[in-house]
Ligand binder design. Structure first.
Ligand code: MTE
Ligand code: MO
Length: 198
């Protein structure tokens, strides 16, 4: 069995899982536009605000009581690394959005430190997105977005806001941090939507 395992370890990644222009890495690079914020769990909350009847918030304790999911997904960063089979756990956005009925079509994720990113609400529903607070069976490292980050694996990784504190639900589409700097508004890695105009 050791022979088989060694062989698999050197085998090239299944090309059908690697979007155009990407290479596979085993590392987990840290990419942050600013310093890592360290938010205490007793002051952390997660809030759905904007186009909702009433804003809805969860404290860390309340968030921990929500139903959890464990997912294994491939991640694609616009700087061209792809990391396969990353195992996360957290709360599905479906669970969170069920608590906040809305007519909004857009969400602007906001984070400690001021980072924002915009995502169509439809892309946060249907089992496609999570608020993840564990990676690889352990609490998420602060550098990688702990206590909790957005996880939207079907879009480039800049959409997966680290240190997320909530979603501003909107009837209009408001570009976020990188989107205002010329990155693509949607960011589908399979269509190589890296920059504005791609
Ligand atoms: N709050 C916040 N979230 C962020 C970023 C950031 O700078 N601040 N960088 C984004 C980018 S460009 C990428 S590629 C991923 C990097 O996540 P990692 O550092 O865990 O690899 O986080 C995304 N989320
Ligand atoms: Mo990125």
């Amino acid at each position: 069995m050791a022979v088989t395992r060694g062989f698999q370890g050197r085998r090239a990644a299944d090309p059908s899982r690697v979007p155009p222009g990407q290479y596979v890495t085993r590392d987990f690079p840290v990419l942050s536009a600013g310093p890592t914020p360290y938010t205490q769990l007793d002051t952390w909350d997660f809030t759905i605000s904007g186009a909702v009847d009433e804003p809805v918030s969860w404290s860390w304790t309340e968030f921990q009581a929500l139903p959890r999911e464990k997912v294994t997904v491939d991640i694609h960063c616009v700087t061209k690394w792809t990391k396969l089979d990353m195992t996360w756990s957290g709360v599905a956005l479906d669970t969170i959005l069920d608590a906040a009925p809305t007519q909004a079509l857009h969400a602007l994720a906001f984070s400690d430190g001021g980072y924002t990113t915009n995502i169509p609400l439809a892309d946060l529903r249907g089992g496609k997105a999570w608020i993840a607070d564990e990676y690889d069976g352990r609490p998420l490292d602060p550098e990688h977005g702990g206590p909790a980050r957005l996880l939207v694996p079907h879009l480039y990784f800049w959409k997966s806001a680290k240190w997320i504190r909530g979603l501003d639900l909107r009837t209009d589409d408001q570009p976020g941090f990188w989107e205002m700097f010329g990155y693509h508004n949607y960011g589908d890695p399979w269509k190589e939507q890296r920059y504005y105009g791609d």
